[in-house]
Write a protein that binds this ligand. Structure first.
Ligand code: SF4
Ligand code: SF4
Length: 460
């Protein structure tokens, strides 16, 4: 029986087909046909009502008892909850006034010249839902007038758009600074100089020192050579570069060498990103490393950082190597990262998400509604803003670093089937799990459910 004070939220789109409603689980792509009563029930689960209020309303409307409504709804809601499609939090959505985002990651295309195994947005083939140049300019006008001064132009591979520099030049004219998130293979000397003239910086993905490892991961022969050349062109032109590596079982043993190698590329910054099996990465779950392996990698990297010239940007759970804050966090502290709070993502088709791991969720589109309205009024964004660390279940609640980490990436948890679980990547949670489950040590992330698709990944 669900707690009557809990607030259910079903954020996914439903479509109508031949007399029934269809809901689709974006994690396993399975569809479920539901009748009109189930559809109406989900319609009430919008994050604005407690379960008790919903039951009371339905009992009144259908002249039934509240216990009967509970009994009828419970099997269906339990099934959706187990699948990670129905989320239960401790408070209703609050619609606070919201300042403009500090930055927006904007996928200007879903096309790409590579087919990376881990690609979170499954980029590749041409899509027909890309925004036109005019629509891109309108979006830039909207965000510039709103006071947003920083964009990350991502994709797909943003440079594959022939009008990339028309978009970039226009953003620059409007006073917007931007970062290019790229696979680096299409950077020429001229493009690097053009980017420098726009005062842009770049995030370039490089996964290994060994060209074969990188090319295999990127599914493109010669990608490593083109990417490293691209990085050198950028550095020569004076564009600040972050070299980013997605950590998988394929390259984890090469990461310290890659950090050393990045120093030979010039004055760059190095970054590692967790692999979250989402998009095309859903078919590569075996590449995901365990939290313990990630800690074994992180500790020596932090030691190397002390003597390396190349900076290393903060890593997930790095805080656990330092001193915890002594005060217990305010339970109303916002959960997770800055997604929906000071940052959001605009997808290639114009949809607005807290970050890119929520395809299938019903959100607003900048083709139809100006961005400022969406930012302030989107139900999904406001839901994220309303979540607090008291919504997290399990060992995070006792953790000394909770006020620093706030439970970290909840999109990763979503891909693992429960957005409110203690973080599926964290080594402290993993240790706690091992203590509770004594002798059995899992070979893969401990909370992966058999035959289901797991967490999110980075791209580019
Ligand atoms: S246990 Fe939870 S709060 Fe603590 S560091 Fe890990 S994810 Fe963060
Ligand atoms: S990860 Fe980046 S480079 Fe690779 S296919 Fe996706 S968008 Fe292209």
């Amino acid at each position: 029986m669900y707690d009557t004070g809990s607030v259910p939220y079903f954020p996914f789109a439903c479509r109508y087909e031949e007399g029934d409603w269809i809901i689709r689980n974006p994690l396993n792509k399975q569809e479920r046909r539901i009748n009109i009563s189930a559809y109406r029930l989900l319609h009430h689960c919008n994050g604005s009502h407690t379960w008790g209020e919903i039951v009371h309303e339905l009992a009144t409307k259908y002249q039934d008892s509240e216990s009967s409504i509970h009994a009828q709804a419970e099997p269906f809601l339990s099934a959706l909850t187990k699948e990670g499609m129905l989320w239960w939090s401790g408070q209703t959505i609050a619609w606070w006034p919201q300042p403009p985002p500090v930055f927006i990651l904007w996928n200007i295309t879903n096309r790409c010249n590579l087919r990376c195994l881990h690609c979170a947005v499954g980029s590749g083939a041409p899509g027909n839902d890309e925004l036109s140049l005019e629509q891109c300019k309108k979006f830039i006008d909207d965000v510039a007038a709103y006071g947003v001064t920083y964009l990350i132009l991502s994709g797909g591979e943003p440079l594959i758009r022939r009008d990339f520099f028309s978009i970039a030049d226009y953003a620059y004219e409007k006073g917007i600074t931007f970062q290019l998130a790229t696979n680096g293979t299409l950077i020429t000397k001229e493009k690097a100089r053009h980017l420098a003239s726009l005062e842009a910086c770049a995030h370039v993905s490089l996964d290994a020192v060994n060209p074969e490892t990188h090319d295999k991961f990127r599914q493109s022969s010669g990608a490593w050579k083109r990417t490293t050349e691209g990085i050198r062109h950028l550095v020569d032109a004076g564009v600040p570069v972050i070299v980013g590596a997605v950590v998988t079982r394929m390259n984890i043993h090469e990461i310290p060498d890659l950090y050393r190698f990045s120093e030979t590329l010039g004055d760059v910054t190095f970054r590692i990103l967790p692999f979250i099996p989402y998009g095309r990465g859903k078919d590569q779950q075996d590449l995901e490393v365990t939290p313990e392996e990630m800690r074994t990698l992180t500790a020596p990297l932090l030691e190397m950082k002390k003597t390396m010239k190349t900076d290393l940007v903060s890593m997930e759970f790095e805080c656990t190597f330092g001193q915890p804050l002594l005060d217990r966090p305010d339970p109303h502290t916002h959960i997770g990262c800055a997604g929906a709070v000071s940052y959001c993502e605009v997808m290639a088709d114009g949809q607005v998400f807290p970050c890119s791991f929520f395809d299938g969720v019903k959100t607003e589109n900048i083709r139809d509604i100006p961005f400022p309205w969406i930012w302030e009024n989107s139900r999904f964004l406001n839901y994220f803003r309303s979540l607090t660390i008291s919504d997290i279940k399990g060992s995070c609640q006792k953790c000394d670093w909770l006020s620093l980490c706030r439970g970290s990436c909840i999109a990763a948890n979503f891909v693992h089937g429960d957005i409110f679980q203690s973080n599926c990547h964290c080594w402290l949670v993993y240790e706690q799990y091992l203590k509770e489950h004594a002798s059995r040590k899992p070979a893969v992330p401990y909370n992966r459910k058999k035959n289901r698709n797991t967490r999110a990944s980075a791209r580019s």
